[in-house]
Design a protein around this ligand. Structure first.
Ligand SMILES: Nc1nc2c(ncn2[C@@H]2O[C@H](COP(=O)(O)OP(=O)(O)O)[C@@H](O)[C@H]2O)c(=O)[nH]1
Ligand SMILES: [Mg+2]
Length: 275
């Protein structure tokens, strides 16, 4: 079975992306034990690999550079700030974000990129619901995270009338110009939910594709659930209320809305053009 999976993975060539350029962005803070492998594996599926280093003191930057990544030091404000910074550090058409801790499998990169290149969506988020996760709820912290994830999904699905199964997974591909347009502002891990909500609020499309989440190979998550859950709740509420008060319609949905408005305001012209 693994031979078949290996053969399928090796069947991939970067030419599949046509003229589009794809970058992998790997935020990393003290991940020296896994970063080199993640960089090397990711490089098989993208044109360039960027590592956004969060002031690591364990040699993460050196390991990443030696493995072939371009390393940029972030401004010390958190993972979200590093994600935002990375958008200005590459000119790639599509950016794929993945963790440096070995929990995301780079062989899944093409399946996240494909819907974006096929113009099926502007953001494709890996789904642990359909792809499975090894980070099961065996500790109280993990249980709270799981309940939090599901609650966020439900809130976002209800507000934006979508049916996403995972909105918080950091493993995702986005059209870079859209990521820049929606004006992301979060500095912390809340960037994941903010990105989904802002992309939807601007009228762009978000889809999920199955990706498996492996348990972090070493160390512990940088999210202290007990301390940070109010930040996540604040972020989801702010974005839900803001998008309700001032709907942003710069994206693809503006076209049908404009067309309806124009048809209603100029019935004669539109009737003439219909015939
Ligand atoms: N550049 C940068 N990366 C960070 C920072 N904090 C966490 N990361 C990285 O972001 C990724 C996700 O963090 P992680 O702790 O695994 O969060 P989790 O997967 O949600 O538990 C990992 O690769 C971390 O090393 C930071 O402040 N700056
Ligand atoms: Mg992780």
């Amino acid at each position: 079975m693994s031979a078949i999976v290996g053969a399928l993975a090796s069947a991939f060539t970067i030419h599949e992306y046509g003229d589009a350029r794809v970058a992998a962005v790997i935020p990393a803070r003290n991940e020296a034990r896994t970063i080199a492998e993640v960089v090397r594996e990711s490089a098989r599926y993208v044109h360039e690999v960027l590592v956004l280093d969060g002031g690591s003191r364990d040699g993460t930057a050196e390991q990443a550079r030696a493995a072939g990544a371009r390393v940029i030091t972030d401004r010390g404000r958190g993972k979200g700030a590093a994600v935002r910074q990375s958008l200005g550090e590459t000119t790639a058409d599509v950016v794929v974000f993945l963790d440096a801790d070995g929990s995301h499998d780079p062989t899944d990169i093409p399946s996240l990129v494909r819907p974006v290149l096929a113009r099926e969506a502007e953001l494709c988020v890996g789904s642990r619901f359909s792809g499975g996760t090894d980070e099961l709820s065996v500790t109280v912290g993990q249980l709270i995270r799981t309940i939090g994830n599901i609650s966020m999904n439900i809130a976002i699905n209800r507000r934006f009338d979508v049916a996403l199964t995972d909105t918080l997974n950091g493993f995702r591909a986005i059209r870079r110009e859209v990521a820049l347009e929606v004006k992301l502002a979060e500095d912390r891990h809340t960037i994941e939910q903010e990105m989904v909500m802002k992309v939807l609020a601007y009228g762009y499309r978000v889809v999920n594709r199955p990706t498996h989440e492996y348990a972090r190979l070493f160390g512990t998550s940088h999210i202290a659930v007990w301390r940070e859950w109010p930040t996540f709740v604040r972020c989801v509420l702010v974005n839900i209320f803001q998008s309700q008060r001032a709907p942003l319609t710069h994206g693809v949905r503006v076209k049908p809305a404009l067309e309806t408005w124009m048809r209603e305001s100029t019935p004669l012209e539109s009737a003439a053009s219909d015939s």
